[in-house]
Ligand binder design. Structure first.
Ligand SMILES: C[S@@+](CC[C@H](N)C(=O)[O-])C[C@H]1O[C@@H](n2cnc3c(N)ncnc32)[C@H](O)[C@@H]1O
Length: 341
């Protein structure tokens, strides 16, 4: 193959134009279509090695006198490429899964956060679809939570899975993200039915959120980019509506896979899972209860208490039932993944 769209074409073009990897063309296409990085922007590039996005991001900042900065982070050591990059670009070797929002904010200009966050992070491909997808989902969710603050992942069954949250995000006391209001976010994910939850979630938090499969993506790859533009002010997100919208889209399989700590045990030894999973359904029940209670204020204390008790009994049994289902499903998946002939 030799035409545009073939892997050879983009490799050759990257070499010819001085980019360190063909991935440069993915960000170039995003820039052309969405103008994510404006002159003088402050850019955070998660998973930046070998540095092609650093090059494109720096070019997009415009001339040096316009200012701006690009901070790249990768679990691998990365040297800032000499071509297309200038003194505004810095690369740091760190595991994003272990980073706290305060630490990331401290890296931004005047500690005011970033105007653009790019995540091209992906786990080493194992070839086991379900495992690769779960790991990519975890990296994507970490990028999202660094950008916009704590991410609540509801499940479709509506059970209480709050106890599955782990210790890493408990240390992340900064509830707000490091993406400035009006800022743009790009997240790479592998195609999966669970991606609909990402999209719905981001549509509530950004003025615009769309999928893009860049032309430079290899035909064998399942990667897809979520492009989010114009982060809304925190107070302007409709949480209840958002959570209800997402609740029906996050499959129990995805959550149990993520929480079975594949990441910790099998893929990247130093990484720590950092997703906080909370029960959105439980929050809705509480909200509904409050709403009902406020409407029934004149209806008597006893009736109110009995409604609340029966609700909490029903929730309790739902939680137990779903927890058992989760456990069985998780064991099955772990057995399948550990299967050796
Ligand atoms: C496809 S490459 C990025 C290519 C880059 N955008 C470019 O254009 O040169 C994905 C990168 O994500 C990095 N990565 C994966 N997991 C990471 C993690 N937990 N923390 C930081 N970087 C990670 C990998 O080391 C790898 O370099």
């Amino acid at each position: 193959m030799s035409g545009a769209g073939s892997p050879d074409f983009f490799c050759r073009e990257a070499q010819r134009l001085g980019y360190v990897a063909r991935s440069a063309f993915k960000l170039l296409q995003m820039q052309k279509q969405y103008k994510l990085i404006t002159p003088g922007a402050s850019v955070l590039d998660l998973g930046c090695a070998p540095g092609a996005w650093l090059q494109v991001a720096c070019q997009s900042l415009g001339p040096l006198e316009k200012g701006g900065s690009v901070i790249g982070i990768d679990i691998k050591k990365v040297k800032v490429p000499s071509s297309h990059c200038d003194s505004r670009v810095r690369a740091i070797c760190l595991d994003v899964m272990n980073l706290l929002r305060d630490q990331v904010k401290a890296m931004s200009p005047q500690e005011r956060g970033f105007s653009v966050i790019l995540s091209d992070m992906c786990p080493p491909v194992s070839g086991i679809t379900v495992k690769d997808t779960a790991l990519s989902c975890e990296l994507g969710a970490r990028a999202l939570s660094l950008a916009i603050g704590r991410v609540l992942l509801p499940n479709s069954a509506g059970d209480n899975i709050a106890e599955l949250s782990d210790n890493n995000t408990d240390a992340d006391t900064n509830e707000d993200g490091v993406l400035r209001q009006g800022g743009n976010l790009v997240i790479k994910l592998l195609e999966s039915e669970d991606n609909a939850a990402f999209l719905k979630f981001c549509k509530q938090r950004f003025a615009k959120a769309v999928w893009l499969r860049p032309k430079a993506t290899r035909s064998s790859s399942r990667e897809i980019y979520l492009i989010c533009q114009g982060r809304r002010a925190v107070g302007r997100c409709v949480h209840g509506g958002l959570q209800r919208a997402v609740a029906s889209h996050w499959s129990p399989t995805a959550i149990s896979l993520i929480k079975s700590s594949l990441y910790k045990r099998r893929a990247y030894p130093p990484a720590v899972s950092s997703l906080r999973v909370e029960s959105v359904q439980t929050m809705e029940v509480r909200m509904d209860e409050k709403w009902k209670l406020s409407r029934k204020r004149g209806g008597g204390e006893a009736k109110r208490r009995s409604t609340a008790e029966s609700l909490s009994r029903r929730c309790g049994s739902l939680v137990r039932e779903q927890r058992a289902k989760f456990y069985i499903m998780r064991r099955c998946v772990v057995m399948l993944l550990c299967w050796r002939d």
